[in-house]
Each structure stands twice: as C-alpha cells, then as structure tokens.
Write a protein that binds this ligand. Structure first.
Ligand SMILES: NC(=O)c1ccc[n+]([C@@H]2O[C@H](COP(=O)([O-])OP(=O)(O)OC[C@H]3O[C@@H](n4cnc5c(N)ncnc54)[C@H](O)[C@@H]3O)[C@@H](O)[C@H]2O)c1
Length: 332
C-alpha cells in the first residue's frame, strides 16, 4: 500500500451507491476497500470497480477487527443498510438490528482501534412529512417508518460519539439516487427493485406495465414529485466530505439533492424521449406515507463542500441509467 493512498473502508461498497463512491475514491487517489456481506450487493459489480473486497458481516466484531487491523483505514464510509420502507414497517426488528445495532458495532470497533472519521448515508426519509419545501437540513426530523427512524437513530449516535470520543463525521441525507456511471461500467441493480427509473425503464424494455401510485396528489399533474440526484454526484460529495474531514472539520450534516423536483409523469415522459420507447403503466392507489413532494434545499453542501450537481439533469440521469440497464439486461 502506497503512503500516498489513504485507505478508506467502504461498508456496503458492493451496493448501488457505495460502488460508485469506490470508483470516485480510486480516481481521486485513495485506496478504497469494500466490506460487504453481499446480502443485497453484487459481487460482479464489486469486482468491476477493481477495489479490494472483504466479504463479511458488520455485526461480526472479530471480522471487523481483522479487517481494520489489516488495512489500518483513515476513514470509514458506511453505505450498508436495509433500505426498503415497506419491509421496515413489516420487519422493524430486522431494520433496527442491521441499520442501528450493526452500525453501533462498527462504530465501537472503530473507536477501539482508533479510526476517527466516519461518513454516513442518511436519507430524506428522516424528515418524514416535511412542513415546507425545499427541505433545509435544520427542518424537523420526524420519520414515519422504521427505516427513517433507524437512520435518525444513527445520526444521534454520531452526535454523541463526537461529543464523547471526538469522532469526526459527515452525515449525507440523500434524496433520490439515480443514474449509472457515465461509461456504463456499473449501475443500479436491486432485487427487488423499488425505484421509479429502473422500474419504468424495465417496463419500457419489456412492454409490461408498472404501477404509478397515486395521480391525485396536490402537484401539477397529480403524481409525486422527487429530487433526483445522479449517483456520480453523490459519490463526488463523499470524496469532498472526506477531504473536509481530513482538513479538520469535526462534523457536518448535508442534504444531497439538486433543489429541483420532477413528477412521476415527467420522469416517464423523459424516459420515452430518451429511449424512443413507450412506458406502459397502470394507475394504482396512493401508498401510505408517500409525501406529495420531496425537494432538498441544497445550499449548505454547495457553500461548504463546493459541491454542485453536475450530472443530475433528468435526461443525463436517464441516459446513463438506460445505457447501463441495456448492458445489464443484455438488450441489443
Ligand atoms: N438509493 C437511494 O436512493 C437512497 C436514498 C437515501 C438513502 N440511501 C442510503 O444509502 C445507502 C446505500 O443505498 P443503496 O441503494 O446503494 O443500497 P444497496 O442495498 O444497493 O447497498 C447496500 C449494501 O450494503 C450491504 N450490506 C447490508 N447490510 C450489511 C451488513 N450487515 N454487513 C455487510 N454488508 C451489508 C448489502 O449487501 C449491499 O451491498 C443505504 O444506507 C441507504 O439507506 C439510499
């Protein structure tokens, strides 16, 4: 390992966003090491990043100690979690165990072995049903499902670890991650898939309708509005956040979003334009707990980290996602 390449452990680096962060870290001169149990990640995608990979479970203290002693990382980026809102409602115990208990285990092991920098994947779901749009970082956090609660609990743990042990940390609250790496090397592959863009692209490719939940929201066309941010822009934010911790920042909390939103129907129309295919869909009832509109106030991250959403135009997001899925689904 070269002295010029600080090692960064990427918990959940075989997943969608973590794997893109791995690529950016590599091209920014770091040595990322993926730590993943492959429960929901993809081994082939981890291999495509070219990073070293340690297969194991974050709740396993002995495994974590072995990995930390082996690589002596400067920081940990923590992407690993269960991420399905509906599943968190039916199986809260599983969510609190993986998202909170395993994270606490990771933080305790880091503290014991003297790793003092942590970057955490939080979510707009910690805001619950927002009182105002766009949502600033100091908005009330009142999650309405166990997934959002589990992320908020970790946010609180980080604040307490900072006060008690001096842990330096960055919390990123993502809005809707979307898109794929610009060369279509890696991209989004969840099973089951719940995200709009891959679902609508799949419907277009296969000709089988997917469900649009609710067309009677108080929005311009009645469908939900979300703030889509390109996964490469999210990855960039992590590198900038890491550099700020390296420069001595103690703690930072940032939304990652663009400050603009698109409705479900606008996304579908753009997919039809980009792919030249019809997107078949069926209208279904609203899902409980889906806010009509989620848009980030994204000024803090641009001011403090000099971060800007460079790839998050809707057409670019969809074009990169489509190029990746065509390859991944073997469409010619
Ligand atoms: N995708 C989004 O739009 C979005 C939005 C807001 C927040 N987030 C958060 O960002 C993070 C990454 O999201 P993603 O879409 O890349 O998820 P993902 O499911 O693709 O990746 C998560 C990875 O963590 C691994 N993992 C889970 N539990 C583990 C454990 N106990 N030990 C080891 N590995 C484990 C999985 O195998 C998977 O590779 C998550 O924490 C998620 O809550 C995502």
């Amino acid at each position: 390992m070269s002295e010029k390449s600080p090692c960064i452990l990427i918990a959940g680096g075989a997943g969608y966003i973590g794997s893109h962060a791995v690529l950016d870290l590599k091209s920014s001169g770091y040595q990322p090491v993926i730590v993943d149990n492959f429960s929901r990640g993809n081994k082939d995608i981890a291999e495509l990043t070219g990073a070293e990979c340690e297969e194991g479970e974050l709740s396993d203290c002995a495994f974590l100690k072995k990995v930390i002693k082996k690589y002596n990382p400067d920081a940990v980026m923590h992407f690993a979690a269960w991420t399905y809102v509906g599943e968190s409602v039916s199986q809260p115990e599983r969510y609190y165990n993986n998202n909170v208990v395993a994270t606490l285990n990771l933080l305790s092991t880091m503290r014991e072995l003297g790793v003092g920098k942590f970057i955490f994947s939080s979510t707009a779901a910690t805001y619950g049903l927002p009182e105002a749009i766009p949502i600033p970082e100091d908005a009330v956090q009142a999650p309405i499902n166990p997934y959002g609660s589990s992320k908020l609990m970790v946010e609180r743990i980080l604040s307490d670890f900072n006060a008690a042990y001096g842990l330096q940390y960055t919390i990123f609250r993502y809005f809707n991650a979307a898109g794929a790496s610009s060369n279509a090397l890696i991209g989004e592959r969840h099973d089951p898939e719940t995200h709009l863009i891959p679902l609508a692209l799949s419907a277009a490719a296969k000709g089988t309708p997917f469900k649009v939940f609710g067309t009677d929201y108080p929005t311009q066309d009645g469908t939900c509005i979300r703030d889509y941010v390109h996964v490469d822009d999210i990855a960039r934010a992590h590198v900038l956040g890491l550099q700020r911790l390296e420069a001595g920042e103690e703690k930072g909390i940032y939304n990652i979003g663009t400050g603009s939103g698109y409705s479900v129907l606008e996304v579908i129309n753009t997919i039809e334009k980009v792919t030249g295919l019809k997107v078949p869909y069926e209208v279904a009832d609203r899902r409980a707990g889906d806010p009509p509109e989620l848009i980030a106030k994204a000024e803090r991250i641009s001011k403090d980290l000099k971060w800007h959403a460079r790839h998050s135009g809707l057409e670019e997001i969809i074009s990169t996602a489509w190029a990746w899925h065509r390859k991944d689904w073997d469409l010619t």
